[in-house]
Design a protein around this ligand. Sequence first.
Ligand SMILES: [Fe+2]
Ligand SMILES: [Fe+2]
Length: 137
Amino acid sequence: MFKWKESFNCEVGSVDQQHQKLFQIGMQLHEIVKAKDQLDHYDEMMEVLQELKHYTIDHFQYEEALMEKHHYPGIADHKEAHQAFINKVIEIENQDIDEKQKKIGMDIIIFIANWIESHIMKVDMEYKEFFQEKGSL
Ligand SMILES: [Fe+2]
Ligand SMILES: [Fe+2]
């Protein structure tokens, strides 16, 4: 999970670096969740989830600014996909404030990993060729 593959490379601006950073944060979250030391990692999890959220928002803004600047035709759908993910992460955060559900479960981590991976492979990849034809950004 959150393992970087060569096929994730878009070669657009600093997108690849940012995607790698997202994977790093995801991996941290995964490490915390799979720890079996019986300690309470709730605060630590929430902190990393926050970091993931903020970094994701920054990354999405970076992509959207590039798309706007170059009049990328698929921008509306792409923005919608970004917003849906942010909403989902906010939902996860709010759920976890609930006393009954104190921990971020492995299923949530799997959801996040799958979402990021499929977004890069399907949605981000759609702009790869478009930006590459533009030459320098
Ligand atoms: Fe992206
Ligand atoms: Fe994206």
